[in-house]
Design a protein around this ligand. Structure first.
Ligand code: HAM
Length: 414
């Protein structure tokens, strides 16, 4: 026998029970984001590596270690997208979207790729729902984006949510702050983990993320960016917070909030679920006012979120498997197969869910199958046509196909 093949490490197949939950989540997010003016957007699953190197940032773990990059036949470096914001901004520039009425609001759903060590809730191919609003720095967009993410998670029943919010200010404030933080960390260098010491210059903010006990102790006393914001940024953050407060959202201002991407300015946030283990971030995002410019476009602010579909479903109670319901069309003699096929199509045209005998079962086996799928009615097509109400067990004879259709419909309505 030939050796069995498996899906690659860190990937998974979506089987129908999960597929139904994902489809329901896609419908809920389309509905919610659509109502707020976010229009469908798609970008390629792979881009020039440069889009992410420049967009996400050379110093991030994502760019340094986690990208699936390859050369095409012409020797160009391409990368399977690890996230959606850089591609959306690349498209905004490429299509001159700054000429459209602003803000341009986009929503997306699709596969993303990161070469991480797989564990519960962390995959090498995963699915994100995202929304981006480009072309305005109005604080109401920041508040809207946070609220949309939380509303989506609540609408689909994600449990035990916790919202963390902070502001990173502008790149200039951040630069001055990073110097101050760097100096502080160097004073305490011997107490820090090797990993943090290794990137004191490239990414000292990640020290706030460390699990290492010595590093954590040092970070307790570290200067906080939120205390160093310029007046404009502090006012912007106050504006975002006022709107969130008005909405009744409960959130925590967390000055240690660090996101794994370098493009953020001002607002950053993350939503976690207490129902998950180590990988507990269901979604996050923030403002990225310099990203479009970094990708060669005009100075354009933006804000957005992305959420992980697989993690959302892990944090959501699976509903009892719904019976397919609808109608089963059985065939009691071989000569009736064509009429049964036609009848099934007519019922489907009328909007009824119909399954049909397609596996050569005996009549007894077919009735069992009708039960198994939870059919409300079974139509038995042979010399005559009979309609059986599966609820009451009542069996009715139809004079012809037209009457059979009417009997099925009245059974489904009863
Ligand atoms: P992110 O925090 O890197 O942000 O990813 C967003 C969400 O994607 C995470 O909270 C998590 O649920 C999910 N996710 C990330 N990596 C994995 C993985 N390996 N396996 C399973 N799920 C994963 C971004 O990607 C930004 N583009 C968000 C954004 C949009 N910021 C502004 N606009």
């Amino acid at each position: 026998m030939a050796a069995k093949l498996q899906a690659p490490r860190g990937t998974f197949d979506v089987l129908p029970a999960d597929g139904r939950r994902r489809a329901a989540l896609a419908r809920a997010s389309d509905e919610l984001l659509g109502r707020a003016g976010y229009e469908p957007f798609e970008s390629p699953v792979f881009e020039d590596t440069e889009v992410f190197a420049r967009g996400v940032g050379e110093a991030t773990d994502i760019v340094r270690k986690e990208m699936f990059s390859f050369e095409d036949k012409a020797g160009r470096s391409l990368t399977l997208r690890p996230e959606g914001t850089a591609g959306a901004c690349r498209a905004y520039v490429e299509h001159g979207m700054h000429k459209l009425p602003q803000p341009v609001k986009l929503r997306y759903w699709g596969p993303f790729f990161r070469h991480e060590a797989p564990q519960a809730g962390r995959y090498r191919q995963f699915t994100q729902i995202g929304a981006e609003a480009l072309g305005s720095d109005d604080p109401s967009l920041d508040a809207e984006i946070v609220l949309l993410l939380v509303e989506l998670l609540e609408a689909v029943g994600a449990r035990d949510l916790r919202v963390r919010l902070s502001s990173l200010g502008t790149p200039e404030t951040r630069e001055a702050y990073l110097l101050e933080l760097g100096a502080y960390l160097r004073e305490h260098e011997s107490e820090l983990s090797e990993d943090v010491r290794g990137r004191l210059d490239s990414n000292p903010l990640r020290a706030f993320d460390a699990d290492h006990a010595g590093t954590r102790a040092v970070m307790e006393g570290a200067p906080r960016l939120l205390d160093r914001l310029g007046a404009d940024d502090a006012e912007h953050f106050a504006g975002v917070r006022a709107l969130l407060d008005d909405s009744g959202l409960s959130y925590e201002v967390d000055t240690t909030l660090v996101r794994g991407l370098d493009y953020y300015t001002r607002t950053v946030f993350e939503v976690e679920s207490g129902a998950l283990g180590a990988q507990n971030a269901l979604g996050g995002g923030g403002r990225y006012d310099r990203l479009v410019e970094r990708l060669g476009g005009p100075d354009t602010p933006g804000v957005g979120f992305a959420a992980g579909v697989e993690r959302i479903l892990l944090a959501t109670e699976a509903e009892a498997e719904p019976g397919a319901g609808g109608v089963f069309v059985a065939v009691s003699e071989p000569g009736a197969a064509r009429s049964a096929f036609a009848l099934a199509r007519q019922l489907r045209e009328r909007g009824v869910r119909v399954q049909l005998e397609q596996a050569g079962r005996s009549l007894k086996g077919q009735l069992k199958q009708a039960d198994r799928i939870g059919a409300r009615a079974t139509v038995i097509v042979g010399g005559q046509i009979e309609v059986k109400d599966m609820g009451t067990g009542q069996q009715m004879q139809a004079a012809g196909p037209e009457e059979a259709l009417a009997l099925v419909e009245s059974t489904l309505e009863s």
